[in-house]
Design a protein. Structure first.
Length: 209
């Protein structure tokens, strides 16, 4: 779930309906089976989504991070979810419990901001909070996103990237027992708890709006 429109000073939240991950000691709710046999409403089959290269990379990362049941954590949505609201409607969860994966470019380097679906990122305010100037954080272009994540906008996950990316995590997400993040494909999501999300991304918790 992603919104590609963003003002100069703020970035519209991309809906990465990514679920809660957990370490070996943690437990996450078992994923709800995708409605309707193996065919989503969009006509894209569940097996084809789960076999997608980027989705497999996310699963591998979750497994390597010690997340329990990583092989079965990904849930395929019945339809595409271009926004956090669309993802929340399909998951029957609050919009604010969607962990949007927003990619930015900061001084030529990738910066991933995992923000609550109910928030916009104020880049001018965020920069100084994380040691950057007010004008340092720019919304990343699609080719930059693809290069650094191996994923396309709308399905960018918190993990599964070719190399580690500096990650900031919206403090608002800690208010939810389970949050949902994108799973590397615009129809794939997974559940994860806040502490595990921060751990597996080596993220810095910060106020983003």
């Amino acid at each position: 779930m992603s919104d590609t429109t963003a003002p100069t000073t703020t970035a519209e939240a991309e809906a990465a309906s990514a679920p809660t991950t957990t370490s070996t000691a943690d437990t996450v709710p078992a994923p709800t089976p995708t409605p309707g046999a193996s065919e989503a409403a969009s006509g894209i089959s569940t097996p084809s989504v789960l076999a997608h290269r980027a989705v497999r990379a996310v699963i591998s990362s979750l497994s390597a991070a010690g997340v329990a049941n990583a092989d079965n954590l990904i849930r395929v949505l019945p339809d595409t979810a271009p926004t956090a609201a669309a993802a929340a409607a399909q998951l029957d969860c609050p919009v604010a419990a969607i962990a949007n994966s927003l990619m930015f470019e900061a001084a030529g380097q990738p910066l991933l901001v995992l923000t609550s679906g109910g928030h916009r990122v104020d880049t001018k305010a965020l920069g100084p909070r994380v040691g950057l100037s007010k004008s340092a954080i720019k919304r990343a272009k699609p080719d930059f996103v693809k290069l650094h994540t191996g994923q396309t906008i709308g399905g960018v996950a918190p993990v599964g990237h070719p190399a580690p990316i500096r990650t900031l995590v919206d403090e608002e997400l800690k208010n939810y027992e389970v949050v949902w993040a994108a799973g590397g494909h615009h129809m794939a999501v997974f559940p994860i708890d806040f502490e595990t999300l921060v751990r597996i991304t080596n993220g810095t918790v910060v106020k983003v709006d």
